[in-house]
Design a protein around this ligand. Structure first.
Ligand SMILES: NC(=O)c1ccc[n+]([C@@H]2O[C@H](COP(=O)([O-])OP(=O)(O)OC[C@H]3O[C@@H](n4cnc5c(N)ncnc54)[C@H](OP(=O)(O)O)[C@@H]3O)[C@@H](O)[C@H]2O)c1
Length: 292
C-alpha cells in the first residue's frame, strides 16, 4: 500500500511517518519549508504541482496533517487545499484523512459526539470546520475527518506544541511570573497514539464501516495550570512563579478559550480498529520521556 503524509515535518505528521516506518507500506512524506531526512517539500497551495505529485505517486491513503493558524494563509490551506485533496481522492481513488480539531466546537456542552453541531469560536476553528465541510462535500470521495484535541509528543522544540511549551514555563526559574489558564479543560493527546491509530485505520479490513467523522482523544482532563503542576512534579521544580487564572475569559480573549470541547470517542472505540485507541497516560509518558 502507498501512503502519502502531508505536514510530515510537523508534530503529528512526523509521528505518523515514524509509525508507518514499522509497516511494509511505501510512504511519501511531504513538508513545505523544512527539508532533509527524506522529506519532500511541496507547497500544497500549488495546485498543479500537487496534481502532478499525487498522480505520479498514486497513493492508497493520504493523511493530511498540514494546517495553518496564521490568519492570512489559514483559509487557503485549511479549506481550499483540503477540498482539492478530496477532489483528487475521488479521481485517483484514495482514502483521505483530514485531521481536524476539537476547536470546531464552542466548548459549552461537552462531550461532543461526531454529529454534534459545530460552532467554532475563533478563525482557526472556523477554517478547520470549513475544511471539514469542503472535504465531506465531494460526492464519491472516500474522506474521513479525524478530530483531535491539543497535541503533545516528541518534538524537536518545546515551542512546536502548546503542551510541550509549558515545560519551558516550569523550567524558567528566573523569577518571572506566569499567569496560567486554569479555566479551560483540555485533553492533551499524544501524537504517537494518534499515529498508531492511523496505521490501524489504514489496515482496517472493514473500511466501508468507517464513518465520515471520527473523534480521537485522550481521556484525562487538565487545565494548562494543571499540566504545569504535573511537569513541576516530574522535574522536581518549584512552581510558585506560575499563578492559576480561573477567570472566564472576557472581551477578545473570550473567543480563544472554549471552556471544554471534550470529544466523545465511543464510536471510534466501537469500530474495532486493531489496538483500539491505545491511549498513553499523560504523567507516565512524560516521566519516561523526560528521563531521556
Ligand atoms: N497542534 C495541536 O495541538 C492540534 C490540535 C488539534 C488539531 N490539530 C491538527 O492536527 C494537524 C497537525 O497539527 P500539528 O500541530 O502537528 O502541525 P504543525 O506542527 O504546526 O505542522 C504544520 C505542518 O503543515 C505544513 N505546512 C504548512 N503550510 C504548508 C503548505 N503551504 N504546503 C505544505 N505544507 C504546509 C508544515 O510544513 P513545514 O513545517 O515544512 O513548513 C508542517 O509540516 C493539523 O491539521 C492541525 O489542525 C493540531
Amino acid at each position: 500500500m502507498k501512503v502519502l503524509i502531508t505536514g510530515a515535518s510537523g508534530v503529528l505528521g512526523s509521528a505518523v511517518r515514524e509509525a508507518f516506518k514499522s509497516t511494509p507500506h511505501q510512504v511519501l512524506a511531504l513538508s513545505n519549508t523544512r527539508t532533509g531526512d527524506g522529506l519532500v517539500p511541496l507547497d500544497l497551495a500549488d495546485t498543479q504541482e500537487v496534481d502532478k505529485v499525487l498522480t505520479e505517486f498514486k497513493p492508497n491513503w493520504v493523511i493530511h496533517c498540514a494546517a495553518e493558524r496564521r490568519p492570512d494563509v489559514a483559509e487557503k490551506l485549511n479549506v481550499d487545499v483540503s477540498g482539492h485533496l478530496a477532489s483528487l481522492a475521488k479521481s485517483l481513488k484514495y482514502t483521505l484523512v483530514y485531521v481536524s480539531t476539537d476547536y470546531v466546537f464552542d466548548g459549552t456542552s461537552p462531550p461532543y459526539t461526531p454529529s454534534a453541531r459545530t460552532n467554532p469560536l475563533q478563525l482557526y476553528g472556523r477554517t478547520k470546520r470549513d475544511g471539514e465541510q469542503a472535504v465531506l462535500s465531494v460526492n464519491g470521495a472516500k474522506a474521513i475527518v479525524l478530530r483531535v484535541p491539543v497535541l503533545y509528543g516528541p518534538a524537536p522544540k518545546n515551542s512546536d506544541s502548546a503542551v510541550n511549551i509549558l515545560l519551558d514555563v516550569v523550567q524558567d526559574q528566573s523569577g518571572k511570573q506566569y499567569k496560567m489558564d486554569h479555566y479551560a479543560t483540555r485533553y492533551p493527546t499524544n501524537v504517537v497514539d494518534i499515529a498508531n491509530f492511523l496505521v490501524g485505520l489504514s489496515e482496517f479490513k472493514q473500511s466501508t464501516a468507517i464513518p465520515p467523522i471520527l473523534h480521537y482523544s485522550a481521556a484525562e482532563p487538565f487545565t494548562k495550570y494543571e499540566i504545569c503542576l504535573v511537569f513541576a512534579k516530574i522535574l522536581n521544580l518549584p512552581h510558585g512563579h506560575i499563578v492559576p487564572d480561573s477567570e472566564a475569559p472576557k472581551g477578545d480573549s473570550a473567543t480563544t478559550r472554549p471552556r471544554d470541547c471534550q470529544l466523545y470517542t465511543k464510536e471510534t472505540e466501537d469500530l474495532g480498529v486493531e489496538g483500539g485507541l491505545g491511549l498513553t497516560l499523560f504523567e507516565e509518558w512524560w516521566s519516561e520521556y523526560l528521563k531521556k
